[in-house]
Design a protein around this ligand. Structure first.
Ligand code: BG6
Length: 480
């Protein structure tokens, strides 16, 4: 891997939503802590006409809205690091002025593309033709990286024509989340889980990513995408890969990604009856009435806002262990969690005394609360005249309590810093993205072949009843 740090940043899509909510606030927070180069310059670009000052005003408003007040200490200095260059990414002529604005970095340049994927190709071309793709330049790409395998290959080829893989940083912001990284620590820094982490001891795994929000302001994008491509193709498959991968030999970009891609390639093709899709109708969330998807959209649509999948990983470790995944908008609560359901003890010595054991369950809550809970069987206190009393009790760790000092960070802070310093461990490699798309494309083909249409569900519910049945057919209850 090429080692250099970046003292120039170039941000495409600088006036977009992600930039306002996440990218600028993350950079400001890093700068305030002295984690960026002291002479860093950040060149922002987008289609809108504005000058440096206007962009600084725009950035200030974004920071005031999206960065916690206690983290805004260095805001004035940060704003002075921002520069703006208007650009129509499709106009090859515009890149000259952009290159002039970027100037000569002392060490290196990191470019972040937070634009529509249709602009990736012309942007790469413009960068390359104007000296902005040299050996001291790294490039980060924000999702969506295509809409299927074919289109993602086109993007990957275009980027690869100007940048080698070790300077391409594909973002999946879930990997920037502290709690997602903690999954790796939990599995591989503790002795007790790994010997049990296989089909002999695990009955099934559940991965849930539920959101209370609806379409938000992303009408155009979301309706063309749907839950499968928006959430499963990237975030959920990355979570699944981290839960299921073999122990990497070290915590390095190549070794970790080698293991993840093996899992992604072992995913069995889904049968029609192993997936359920849904679309929300008007309902209520936290007591507040919310409209249906079609009403928000302003027209009927067959885009899914919910998907549940029963997945299988065809390898030695996971043979016969279903991975139930579900994600949806307008669910009753916002939660991301991984549930590892262990098998029951092979023989209960207590059954003669009327006691029933309940299999252990590990619940890893990633957000909004960061908790790890292991349910353990314990004896209920008493003289047991009416039988031996056993009950499942939680062994619970709250991460914020365990680590009261360090502050919560935006996932993009970590990702920016890794990009700037050139650490690819938490970025997605080309073969991973392509394996993800291959599996997703097959699901969409199955939906089409069997004419699977989203079933309706009431906003504020856990999706269509068929999703509950998907697990219950196997005697499994979704964890709620
Ligand atoms: C994005 C999706 O990638 O992730 C959104 O496009 C979704 O639809 C978001 O809301 C969820 O991210 P987080 O960090 O809020 O769980």
């Amino acid at each position: 891997m090429t080692k250099f740090t970046s003292d120039r940043l170039l941000l495409f899509g600088a006036t977009g939503d992600l930039s306002r909510r996440m990218l600028l606030p993350s950079l400001c927070a890093l700068d305030a802590e002295g984690l960026l180069d002291p002479d860093i310059q950040i060149i922002a670009t987008a289609r809108s006409e504005m000058d440096d000052q206007a962009f600084r005003n725009f950035a200030r408003e974004s920071l005031e809205q999206f960065l916690a007040p206690e983290r805004r200490g260095g805001m004035a200095t940060f704003l002075n690091r921002l520069f703006y260059q208007q650009l129509d990414a499709n106009d090859p002529e515009g890149y000259k002025a952009l290159a002039a604005k970027v100037g000569e970095p002392k060490q290196g340049l990191s470019i972040f593309l937070s634009t529509a994927p249709s602009l990736f190709e012309p942007t790469i071309r413009g960068l390359e033709q104007n000296g902005l793709a040299g050996p001291n330049v790294r490039i980060a790409l924000e999702k969506p990286l295509g809409i299927d395998l074919a289109s993602s290959k086109v993007i990957n080829d275009a980027v690869a024509s100007a940048f080698p893989e070790d300077r391409i940083f594909r973002i999946d912001h879930y990997l920037g989340k502290e709690t997602v990284q903690n999954l790796i620590a939990l599995r591989f820094a503790n002795l007790m889980f790994e010997p049990l982490w296989n089909a002999a001891h695990i009955d099934h795994v559940q991965i849930t990513v539920s959101e209370t929000v609806g379409l938000e302001s992303r009408v155009g994008y979301y309706d063309d995408s749907g839950a499968l491509r928006d959430m499963v193709q990237n975030h959920m498959l990355q979570l699944l890969a981290l839960v299921a991968m073999e122990p990497p030999v070290s915590y390095e970009a190549t070794t970790v990604r080698d293991e993840k891609v093996k899992v992604l390639r072992s995913l069995r093709q889904i049968k029609a009856e192993e997936t359920v899709t849904g679309q929300y109708r008007a309902g209520a969330i936290n007591g507040e009435a919310v409209p249906g998807y079609d009403e928000e959209l302003g027209k009927p649509s067959d885009t899914e806002t919910f998907v549940a999948i029963k997945a299988h990983i065809d390898n030695w470790r996971w043979q016969g262990v279903p991975f139930y995944m579900r994600t949806g908008k307008r669910m009753p609560k916002r939660t991301t969690e991984v549930v590892v359901q262990f098998r029951d003890v092979p023989h209960s010595i207590f059954s003669g005394r009327g006691a029933r054991t309940v299999p252990n369950r590990l619940v890893i809550s990633l957000q909004p609360d960061e908790n790890i809970t292991l349910s353990l069987m314990a004896k209920m206190p008493g003289l047991d005249r009416e039988g031996f009393g056993l009950r499942a009790i939680p062994l619970a760790i709250s991460m914020p309590d365990a680590f009261a000092g360090p502050q919560r960070r935006i996932a993009y802070e970590r990702l920016w810093l890794d990009l700037i310093e050139g650490d690819q461990t938490l970025f997605v490699r080309r073969d991973e993205v392509e394996a993800q798309w291959e599996w997703i494309d097959a699901i969409r083909a199955t939906w089409e072949e069997h004419r699977i249409e989203p079933k309706t569900y009431t906003a504020g519910s856990w999706g269509p009843s068929a999703a509950i049945a998907l697990a219950e057919r196997d005697g499994v209850t979704w964890h709620e």
